[in-house]
Design a protein around this ligand. Structure first.
Ligand SMILES: Nc1ncnc2c1ncn2[C@@H]1O[C@H](COP(=O)(O)OP(=O)(O)OP(=O)(O)O)[C@@H](O)[C@H]1O
Length: 258
């Protein structure tokens, strides 16, 4: 797979020194059982316009980190900020609204609503927020190369096409940050490359911020930076990662490699 890196936003921010963080984790800890930490205190800032891959052996805490960062789970201790908003200051209703309006999600399964058309699926986050989609959903669909499939129903699309629709749905609200949990895990290599290209373009062309959990070194090599977790601790990070280097680090950490 080919990898391009460094978005326009990244370059501009570097030149001007005006980093604005899409995500800040300050001492984020998650304890599922007393005395057993799935996440040790994690300190992490993700600048806007960055594509970050989170990697590590199975059970190291990647999903827990993503769930805490995305407001899907509440950390045991520490604070999470999306842009300037501290999540612990929000009640459940406000947190739900923030997730809908300011966070985009792409999961391994596309989770499209099968009884809604492709265009309606993309419009859904806007409509749930009480916004009229106008043509935003159609432009988002066109941006993922499916402008002509808006009237189709999800079961009529391939798995790769459905995942591209999921990317359009994640981006349609112009969120502060997109969290992608194994977005290519269920795809063949060609479809995976299409989805990774879209995520990379969202960062490079539109200044989006993407945090992607993946087991796949080839997928992670599309990111600006790879973070490595093991036993709930952040143990390393690699700028402009190459798949071979990532595979080597994962091997040292005892993880499986794709
Ligand atoms: N709801 C839960 N209750 C108790 N323990 C949990 C819960 N969810 C996760 N854990 C534990 O927390 C640790 C981290 O799990 P997590 O799912 O975040 O790891 P992961 O790196 O995403 O794993 P994988 O790559 O296999 O998906 C594991 O030891 C797991 O067993």
């Amino acid at each position: 797979m080919k990898r391009q890196w460094r978005g326009r936003t990244t370059a501009i921010a570097e030149q001007t020194g005006t980093w604005h963080h899409a995500l800040t984790l300050d001492g984020v800890t998650r304890e599922y059982r007393p005395g057993v930490l799935a996440l040790h205190p994690i300190h992490l800032t993700v600048p806007r316009g960055r594509f970050l891959a989170v990697m590590g052996p199975s059970g190291c805490g990647k999903s827990t980190l993503l769930q805490c960062a995305a407001g899907l789970d509440r950390p045991t201790a520490g604070t999470v900020r999306i842009g300037g908003t501290q999540l612990s200051s929000l009640n459940e209703a406000a947190l739900t609204r923030l997730r809908r309006e300011r966070i985009g999600f792409v999961f391994q399964a596309h989770h499209l609503v099968p009884s809604l058309s492709v265009a309606e699926n993309v419009a859904l986050p806007l409509m749930l927020g009480g916004e009229s989609p106008g043509d935003r959903h159609l432009r988002a669909l066109a941006a993922v190369g499916l402008g002509d499939r808006g009237g189709a129903m999800p079961p009529e699309l391939s798995g790769g096409q459905c995942q591209r629709v999921a990317v359009a749905r994640a981006l349609v609200t112009t969120p502060d940050i997109v969290f992608a949990d194994e977005p290519t895990g269920a795809l063949d290599p060609a479809a995976a490359e299409e989805v990774l290209t879209l995520l990379r373009q969202a960062v490079d062309h539109d200044g989006h911020t993407v945090v992607m959990v993946t087991h796949d070194p080839f997928a992670a090599a599309w990111a600006d930076e790879a973070l490595f977790l093991t036993r709930g601790k952040l143990v390393g990070r690699q700028e402009r990662p190459e798949a071979a280097d990532i595979r080597r680090v994962l091997k040292e950490l005892g993880g499986r490699t794709a």
